[in-house]
Ligand binder design. Structure first.
Ligand code: FES
Length: 299
C-alpha cells in the first residue's frame, strides 16, 4: 500500500489570527452576557423582523455595512489622494458613516445574538468583529473635531487607524458569513429531489405529529392533518434548526430556536427572524409509501 504524505496544509495569511480568536475562550464570559442582553432587547417581533431582514428577503446587515465602510473609506481615500480642498466632503462622509453605524451595529448584533448560542467560534469572532467596528467608529468620530479645528494631519492619521480596523473587521465579518455560514439561507445547497422520490412508509407519519425523514440526503419534514399531507424542507432557513423539533400551530410550523413561523402548505415565512421561505414539496401516497417532489417556486 502506498501512503501519500502531502505535509501540513498551508494556511491562508489571516488564518492563524482567526484560529487564535476562535480558540480564545476568555472572550466567552463577556460575549455570552452581551449576547443575552442583545437577544432580550431584540425579542419583540416587529423589531426582530426589521433587524433580521425578514422584510428584505435576506439579512439587512451586509447592505448597511456598505454604507458605513463606503463613507469612512471614501474619507480616507480623499485624505490620501486629495480632491477635497477644504475638507467639507470628508466631514460629511464621516457624518454619514457615524449615522449609518447605528442601524448597522443593531442588525449585526441581532444576527450575532441569534447565531452565537452553542457556537464558540462564532461567539468569539463576532465579539472581536464588533470591537473592531467600535474602534473604527471611535477613531473616525475623533477625527471629525480634529478636522474641524484645522488639525488635518491628525484627522488623517486617526482615519487611517480607523480604516485599518475596518479592514480587519471586514475580514472577520467575511469569515463569519462565508466560512462559518452565518446569514445564508440554510436550505440553499440541497433544496430536495425534483422527481418523485420515496420518503418512507405512510404509517410512520401520524396525525398532527411532525416526522423527520431524509430523502436523497435532504432532511424533509412530513406532516399529516387528516387526509392532507404536507412536506417542507426540515432545516430551518434561518440558522438550520430542525423544524420537526418545533411546534405545529394551526396551519403553521414554529421553529423552536428563534420562533420563526412557516406556512405548512408552501413554506412561506409567516414570522421572522427567518427571511427565506422553506422549500416545499408535493406529497403523494402510493401503495403505503409516501413520495415527495420539490415544488417549483411560483413564477
Ligand atoms: S433556526 Fe432560527 S428560527 Fe429556525
Amino acid at each position: 500500500m502506498t501512503t501519500i504524505d502531502g505535509g501540513p496544509r498551508r494556511k491562508t495569511p489571516f488564518e492563524p489570527l482567526v484560529d487564535q480568536i476562535e480558540a480564545a475562550d476568555g472572550l466567552d464570559g463577556p460575549a455570552r452576557a452581551i449576547a443575552a442582553r442583545v437577544r432580550q432587547a431584540t425579542a419583540p417581533t416587529a423589531l426582530k423582523e426589521a433587524l433580521s431582514g425578514t422584510w428584505l428577503g435576506h439579512a439587512a446587515h451586509p447592505l448597511l455595512t456598505d454604507v458605513v465602510v463606503g463613507s469612512f473609506l471614501s474619507t480616507t481615500l480623499l485624505d490620501v489622494l486629495g480632491g477635497d480642498d477644504g475638507g467639507r466632503a470628508r466631514r460629511r462622509l464621516i457624518g454619514v458613516g457615524i449615522l449609518a453605524s447605528v442601524p448597522t451595529a443593531l442588525t449585526g448584533a441581532n444576527d450575532w445574538g441569534d447565531s452565537e448560542y452553542g457556537n464558540d467560534p462564532v461567539r468569539r469572532v463576532g465579539l472581536v468583529h464588533a470591537a473592531c467596528n467600535a474602534g473604527a467608529l471611535a477613531l473616525y468620530a475623533a477625527s471629525l473635531p480634529a478636522r474641524r479645528n484645522g488639525h488635518g494631519l491628525r484627522g488623517t492619521v486617526l482615519g487611517l487607524g480607523g480604516a485599518t480596523l475596518l479592514g480587519l473587521s471586514g475580514y472577520l465579518g467575511g469569515h463569519l458569513s462565508f466560512a462559518q455560514g452565518i446569514g445564508p439561507d440554510q436550505t440553499i445547497y440541497d433544496a430536495g429531489p425534483t422527481d418523485w422520490t420515496s420518503a418512507g412508509d405512510a404509517v410512520d407519519v401520524t396525525d398532527g405529529r411532525p416526522a423527520r425523514v431524509v430523502v436523497d440526503d435532504t432532511p424533509v419534514l412530513l406532516l399529516r392533518d387528516g387526509d392532507q399531507l404536507f412536506a417542507l424542507h426540515d432545516r430551518c432557513s434561518h440558522r438550520g434548526c430542525s423544524l420537526a423539533d418545533g411546534t405545529v400551530d394551526g396551519d403553521e410550523i414554529e421553529c423552536r430556536c428563534h420562533g420563526s413561523r412557516f406556512a405548512r402548505a408552501d413554506g412561506a415565512v409567516r414570522r421572522g427572524p427567518a427571511s427565506a421561505p422553506q422549500p416545499s414539496f408535493d406529497v403523494r401516497e402510493r401503495d403505503g409509501t409516501l413520495e415527495v417532489r420539490l415544488r417549483p417556486l411560483p413564477s
